[in-house]
Ligand binder design. Structure first.
Ligand code: ADP
Ligand code: MG
Length: 311
């Protein structure tokens, strides 16, 4: 007989000891109980992944477990929050134990890596849908918002752009591409938690790049009431992305492709020396609204449009 709801929860998700000191009570009661010191605020976020919208039906369940947690932790990173607890709402068409084991292994391995406890959730039957809600702690008043960028600030990204977008193209059948690292970026993005923590008191605004640099930097610019110029020559690109651009002449990939989950942030000139090593300055904030790119000696306007559901 197939595993029932309660056995399933016990077998795959419950029973690990709580790791983070803020968590008092985890899975097993009607609610979890979390205790935060008064000096902290809670940053809360939720993201849903739906089969055939956010992932392919034949995706490796271990990678899927990793990714659904990673995209949520990435939102906490973008706020400068330290993750401590997550919940998981699972809707499954059927109980496939091998699939669930892979999913739980991928999810729990990443949770352990960042000392995040799975403290509760919900399990239902229906079309395959995964929702994670993540909670992070940030000292009062120190969260990194989208709205703080000012003219003259420098713009940074935490790592290479377009890798995950290339990985997606490879998954969709792009021929001839050697995409080891690109596939890794697409399947198993790493949330930039340490960088987010290091940016408290340094960055004036921050966002994680889920929809492409142009769209996500566009959110910072809009919410801060400013504009920006970025430099094509300064964008960090991996060797496979450079090769893709050279052979396809689609140079917009690193600007428009999502799923990299690097951080994009702005920093006042005076704080530039405090930016963590490995981040790349790609441009500057200006008073004039809109997003522009300096490329081959010319300045062009960029359309900042990411993927929108229902659009
Ligand atoms: P209730 O009916 O009170 O909502 P449930 O029967 O849904 O409780 O869940 C029992 C316990 O298992 C709760 O603590 C709930 O948070 C937890 N739980 C249920 N599904 C999951 C899941 N997919 N991952 C983690 N915890 C879960
Ligand atoms: Mg329930």
């Amino acid at each position: 007989m197939a595993l029932g709801e309660f056995d399933l929860i016990r077998r795959f998700f419950a029973g690990t000891e709580l790791q983070h000191p803020f968590n008092q009570l985890g899975i097993g009661d009607d609610c979890a109980l979390l205790n935060l010191p008064d000096s902290y605020q809670i940053a809360v976020t939720a993201d849903t992944m739906v089969e055939n919208v956010h992932f392919f039906a034949d995706v490796d369940p271990n990678a899927l477990g990793h990714k659904v947690l990673a995209v949520n932790l990435s939102d906490l990173a973008a706020m400068g929050a330290e993750p401590f607890a997550v919940t998981l709402a699972l809707t499954l068409p059927k109980v496939d134990e091998a699939w669930l084991q892979g999913f739980a292994d991928g999810f729990m391995a990443l949770a352990r890596q960042y000392r995040v406890d799975l403290v509760g959730g919900d399990t239902t039957a229906g079309p395959l849908t995964l929702t994670v809600q993540a909670m992070g702690a940030v000292p009062r008043g120190q969260a990194l918002l989208r709205s703080g960028a000012r003219p003259g600030d420098l713009i940074f990204v935490s790592g290479p752009l377009g890798n995950a977008g290339l990985g997606l193209k490879i998954r969709q059948g792009l021929p001839g591409a050697d995409g080891g690292s690109a596939l890794q970026s697409f399947d198993r993005p790493l949330p930039r938690i340490e960088i987010g923590l290091a940016l408290r008191g340094v960055a004036s605004a921050c966002i994680d790049i889920s929809d492409g640099l142009a769209a996500d930097l566009g959110h910072i610019l809009q919410q801060s009431g400013v504009g920006a110029v970025i430099d094509w020559d300064k964008l960090p690109l991996s060797a496979p992305v450079r090769e893709y651009i050279a052979t396809s002449s689609d140079w917009t990939l690193p600007l428009s492709a999502g799923d990299d989950y690097e951080l994009c942030f702005t920093v006042p000139m005076a704080a530039a020396t405090m930016v963590p090593a490995g981040c790349h300055c790609v441009g500057a904030v200006e008073a004039e609204s809109g997003l522009r790119i300096r490329r081959a000696g010319r300045i062009e306007q960029l359309q900042a449009r990411g993927y929108q559901h229902f659009a």
